[in-house]
Write a protein that binds this ligand. Structure first.
Ligand code: HAM
Length: 420
């Protein structure tokens, strides 16, 4: 062990777990790729004001959890706590909304940073795959995104997740609701921090305080139910809701979300096997965000799914993604001449698309065969001087110990046949 450890709240993705992590990222990306979303990458750090204006001063993400970097001079940067503000900033900067079709549909995959109290499923560096559809009000887009996330989770074999849906209101009804909520909260005996929050964004109080939240949600009914528009095509989950290839959701009027940019439709994907950190993904409409960061009016909708928590959800459901072994063939040379010949043979196999590795480090036969076993390879390729003199190598099937001599120049064809 070295004298260093990964920083608190972070962890290393090691080869044994990497196949699952990569498969999760790929499973989330696949439905997006076939639905017209283009891949985008943005810097891991941005002007800190992008997040304080975009994500919101009243949120924990901005007020408590931001990793800020101070450069020489006064310009402040922050590690991105989420992807939406950066992606919209990049789209505006490149004028994608003027030069291409609307909506501009983008997807991304990357690490995000939040200085949170670490616990299972909650890290200071975590991974999201996200999708944003920028510049269209069409509620069919909200539906499209929810369906794509549902497809992604199902393609991984996940079953025990639910979709919670709410609306945070639009330009007309949100101020009425906000005023009613502020009025309700002002009648309660609240601590100074909560009073400040209620002034900045009263909805945040619902997020923070379950008890106050329950009362205030009751009040929401008086302020008028906020309509979830346009998602009538999605069936609601009933007690006996069968999936049948359709997406079902539950209304959750307490769903607030931890970011201030949301308007109208918001949703969260929760998994019931994860304990406290049950949200495996979330998103919604953010019709006002573009204007908040100095752009034109561009009503938009998107989501981000948490890769780390999706991996935990797979574990909780006992889903094992069949990861193919990393190696098909492992070469074991006996002697210097064999080392030279088999090194060439391994290079040739790799160029033909066969996954091959080699006993490096001048190991003896016993240690080299052990390395072959550990590699997970199906075949060992063994050769000594006598084999080479006859132009042969020995192909040993490691699953049953059978050994057959194969002509060196027939090796590629033989292995391609056997690995089919
Ligand atoms: P979010 O709900 O903050 O939304 O994060 C989305 C997902 O990222 C969460 O549901 C969770 O799975 C994962 N996540 C968040 N924080 C952590 C953490 N500390 N450790 C592990 N996983 C975490 C957003 O980030 C929005 N940008 C989503 C969006 C896109 N809305 C519109 N477009």
């Amino acid at each position: 062990m070295s004298s260093f450890q990964a920083p608190k709240g972070t962890y290393d993705i090691l080869p044994a777990d990497a196949a699952t992590v990569l498969a999760v990222r790929e499973a989330i990306a696949a439905p997006l790729r076939r639905s017209g979303y283009g891949y985008i990458e943005t810097p891991v750090f941005e002007d800190v004001n992008l997040f304080s204006r975009g994500v919101g001063e009243s949120t924990d993400i901005v007020s408590k959890e931001m990793f800020t970097l101070t450069k020489r001079g006064s310009e402040e940067l922050a590690l991105r706590p989420e992807g939406t503000a950066s992606v919209l900033r990049a789209a505006l900067q490149a004028n994608l909304h003027r030069t291409g079709n609307l909506p501009v549909k983008l997807w991304y995959s990357g690490s995000q940073y939040r200085y949170e109290r670490p616990q299972k499923g909650r890290y200071r560096q975590f991974w999201q795959v996200g999708a944003e559809a920028i510049g269209a009000e069409d509620p069919a887009l909200d539906a499209e995104l929810i369906i794509l996330a549902d497809d992604a989770y199902r393609s991984l074999g996940l079953r025990n997740f639910r979709i919670l849906l709410n609306s945070l209101g639009d330009k007309q009804c949100r101020p009425v609701y906000r005023a009613a909520l502020q009025d309700f909260l002002s009648g309660l005996d609240l601590d100074a921090d909560t009073v400040r929050r209620a002034e900045l964004n009263p909805l945040r109080v619902l997020d923070r305080q379950a008890r106050v939240g329950a009362g205030a949600t009751g009040r929401r009914a008086d302020a008028g139910r906020l309509p979830v528009r346009g998602l009538q095509g999605l069936p609601r989950a009933g007690p006996r809701a069968a999936h049948g290839g359709r997406v079902s959701f539950e209304d959750d009027t307490k769903l607030v979300r931890g970011l201030d940019y949301y308007t109208r439709t918001t949703f969260e994907f929760v998994h019931d096997g994860l304990g406290a950190q049950s949200a495996v993904g979330g998103g919604g409409r953010y019709d006002g965000l573009s204007e908040m960061i100095g752009g034109p009016s561009l009503p938009s909708v998107g989501w981000a799914l948490g890769v780390d928590r999706t991996v935990l959800a797979l574990e909780a459901e006992g889903v094992v993604l069949t990861a193919p072994g990393a190696t098909d063939v492992f070469a074991v040379p006996l002697g210097e001449e064999a080392r030279r010949v088999l090194f060439g043979a391994v290079t040739g196999l790799r160029r033909e698309g066969i996954r091959a590795d080699f006993a490096y480090g001048g190991k003896g036969l016993k240690a080299a065969m052990k390395a072959a076993d550990r590699s997970g390879a199906r075949f060992a390729l063994v050769a000594g001087e006598r084999d080479l003199a006859e132009g042969l190598v020995q192909l040993k099937d490691l699953t049953n110990g059978d050994q057959t001599p194969v002509a060196l120049d027939a090796l590629v064809a033989t292995l391609k046949e056997k690995l089919k």
